[in-house]
Write a protein that binds this ligand. Structure first.
Ligand code: SF4
Length: 314
């Protein structure tokens, strides 16, 4: 198994984005990041790709520009092992070692993601390992989600982060933003009720929140319980797609909201934990946030000057 790194962008103090070629010839992006001032030994986050391109094509995501194929188990592991080997040599003494299957690709469309999750505890000696799956909940993948639940129970009870990216509480608008057939809120809620057992982390409902998005706290309250779900609001990243589609982030740099402050307040009043996650400004520039895509940047004639300030290292 060998990953050939073609380029590395970023800064040691925040994040590196790698562009690599897998042993089977796919060009993939993967990321390692820290959260200053928290030292790497306390928290280290890897973000890996699960597909070569993505067939979903979300409105604000540069990864959906093309789709070739799902990555094999080895190709996903290669990304993880490349990063781990260069820092820790398989023994990862990091307190919170998060691996997010969230860079390029919809993980629930790829069975190999589950094989990786099954194998990780035998490949790595990492007591702080915390896998994280972000999914749009594609339709027809019930077996995948069932198996994920079993794997979580077997290996990661209390140490697994599950996120559904929903973006809008209006089903029609949600279909525009995420243009594939997917579970409705009732189905997501039913799964979450079963998934979260004693000691487990709550499931995250994520909104990459543009001012145009329709968000109604009543809908969240109707379907989801604050005992099992929390809400995370993230800015719409400065991607090419977001610019093309005229999407304006509702989340400002200081964490305040332009149009949707009431939504957050109503959720809090109803007992929901709400996280407004701004991330490092520096991280946006490097392009380590989810749904950004360096290859798109490299190919583009028109470059976003503010969005990506890439420091090439090799
Ligand atoms: S946000 Fe995720 S599912 Fe949507 S196009 Fe991008 S990679 Fe695919």
């Amino acid at each position: 198994m060998k990953m050939e790194v073609i380029a590395k962008y970023g800064k040691e103090q925040v994040a590196y984005v790698y562009l690599g070629k897998t042993s089977r010839g796919a060009l993939v992006e993967f990321v390692e990041s820290v959260q200053p001032p928290v030292p790497r030994k306390k928290k280290w986050v890897l973000i890996v790709s699960t597909m070569d391109g993505c067939p979903v094509g979300c409105k604000m995501c540069d990864a959906g520009g093309y789709y070739k194929r799902k990555l094999a188990k080895e190709e996903i592991l290669e990304q993880i092992l490349f990063l781990v080997n260069q820092r820790f040599d398989r023994h990862v003494p990091v307190e919170k070692f998060k691996i997010q299957f969230a860079r390029v690709g919809e993980p629930a469309l790829n069975d190999a993601v589950l094989d990786v999750l099954e194998e990780l505890p035998t490949v790595l000696d990492a007591p702080g390992l915390l896998p994280s799956i972000s999914t749009v909940a594609p339709f027809g993948r019930t077996e995948w989600f069932e198996r994920l639940f079993e794997i979580k129970e077997k290996h990661y009870r209390g140490r697994f982060q599950m996120q559904f990216s929903i973006h809008s509480t209006d089903e029609l608008q949600r279909d525009e933003i995420i243009p594939v057939k997917k579970w409705n809120f009732e189905e997501i809620a039913r799964y979450g009720e079963k998934f979260v057992k004693e000691g487990d982390r709550k499931i995250t409902l994520n909104f990459a929140l543009a001012s145009e998005n329709i968000v109604n706290a009543g809908v969240i309250k109707k379907y989801f319980s604050p005992d099992k779900f929390l809400v995370k609001i993230t800015p719409v990243n400065p991607t090419y797609k977001a610019l093309e589609n005229g999407l304006k982030s509702d989340v400002l740099g200081d964490g305040s909201l332009v149009k949707h402050a009431r939504f957050v307040q109503e959720l809090k009043d109803a007992g929901f934990e709400v996280i407004i996650s701004v991330g490092e400004l520096e991280e946006n520039k490097i392009g380590s946030n989810c749904g950004q895509y360096i290859q798109r940047h490299l190919k583009s004639q028109f470059k976003i000057s503010e969005g990506y300030d890439l420091v090439r290292e090799n």
